[in-house]
Design a protein around this ligand. Structure first.
Ligand SMILES: Nc1ncnc2c1ncn2[C@@H]1O[C@H](COP(=O)(O)OP(=O)(O)OP(=O)(O)O)[C@@H](O)[C@H]1O
Length: 342
């Protein structure tokens, strides 16, 4: 009997082609759409597309309401972390707890052997590897998936280029509308700016405050501390400075940001919390390459793990080490794990 797979279907082109490819490979496919955020109109439109794709493929699909879990495990932490003056990475929370947590449990409860998504990532059951299509590689966001769950994951787009996936959809009449739609938002519940989301829940998002230098001297004004991320160079006003200044520290208690020169914001040692690894690390630590932001290049580093935390020692100092963001470890294209910057 063919193996059963649950495909996480968003109504987008990637997961629709994922379902099609698996069906062509002989899997018995069913879909699942999850209601995560509270944007009802978006759900209606997405479910309409899932329904159309499922009808074309002749597969059943489930609509799961996971709004409460999403609120608790992804959305509220996102708000809390910004309020604390840090920069969260909500997709990594969702991937750990919902997409590759709850949804995998649901797949197993149905009797499916595997869960598949339209992520651009490779997986051999033990490790993730960066996708063939570098421009779409989503490995950074998957560092926190529970290690034991990798055995049950399938990613048919691993070796594909986004352009080929779109071309494939464009050649199938019921999927054509998916091929031409714009890329989905980076964060599914942020329609325009993350600040609009924060404004719905917090006072003071746009409360101006002082910009100070490293000695504490007031040198300018800012628009509200939640507008900033460590390493940011724009969006605050320091009238008398002739050198470019960057955000070095965010002080939510006094609604202040500390700015400094580029040299002063670089650092080569920092610590991580909530570390997740796909292998057992040696006691003396290990060498790897680290990405401290999604769009940053990897840099060589040595990692020492202590309990659920770790210390990262970079070979060369980096700027913009932002608390709340993920530091993700690689061995060339292989993803080793990562943690959240303290
Ligand atoms: N609401 C959802 N319900 C079920 N699965 C989802 C949902 N949102 C995303 N996914 C799954 O997670 C994958 C990656 O999500 P992401 O938001 O990065 O979408 P994407 O790269 O634009 O993919 P797609 O074109 O399938 O929307 C999707 O391909 C899909 O398998």
């Amino acid at each position: 009997m063919s193996k059963r797979v649950l495909v996480a279907m968003s109504g987008g082109v990637d997961s629709s082609i994922t379902a099609k490819l698996l069906q062509e490979e002989g899997y018995q496919v069913e879909g699942a759409y999850m209601k995560l955020h509270g944007l009802e109109a978006n759900h209606r439109e997405s479910i309409r597309k899932v329904d159309k794709v499922a009808a074309h493929l002749g597969i059943p699909y489930h609509v799961l309401d996971r709004q409460q879990q999403f609120q608790e495990l992804v959305y509220q932490p996102f708000i809390d972390i910004y309020r604390q003056g840090q920069t969260p990475n909500p997709c990594t929370f969702c991937n750990r707890t919902i997409k590759f947590g709850e949804l995998l449990d649901f797949a197993h409860s149905l009797g499916c052997h595997y869960l598949a998504t339209g992520h651009y990532i490779q997986c051999d059951g033990q490790f993730f590897y960066q996708a063939e299509d570098n421009s779409k590689d989503q490995s950074y966001f998957l560092f926190n998936v529970p290690r034991q769950n990798l055995l049950f994951l399938l990613f048919p787009l691993a070796q594909r280029l986004k352009s080929d996936v779109k071309a494939m959809a464009a050649s199938i009449p019921p999927l054509q509308e998916l091929a031409s739609q714009a890329e989905s938002n980076e964060i599914c519940f942020v329609e325009d700016s993350y600040l609009d989301v924060l404004r719905q829940h917090l006072d003071g998002v746009d409360r101006p405050g002082d910009v100070v230098d490293e000695t504490g001297k007031v040198v300018g004004r800012h628009r509200g501390y939640m507008h900033y991320t460590i390493g940011q160079r724009k969006g605050f006003d320091v009238p008398l400075s002739h050198t470019p200044l960057y955000v070095k520290q965010i002080d939510p208690q006094y609604n202040r940001i500390v700015v400094a020169t580029k040299e002063a914001i670089t650092c080569s040692t920092f610590t991580l919390r909530d570390v997740n690894l796909f292998f057992d690390p040696p006691a003396e630590g290990f060498d790897c390459q680290v990405k401290v932001r999604y769009r940053h290049a990897k840099v060589p580093a040595h990692i020492t793990v202590q309990g659920t935390g770790a210390t990262v020692q970079l070979q060369e100092p980096e700027k913009a080490i932002a608390p709340g963001q993920a530091a993700v470890f690689y061995d060339d294209r292989r993803l080793l794990g990562g943690g959240y910057i303290c």
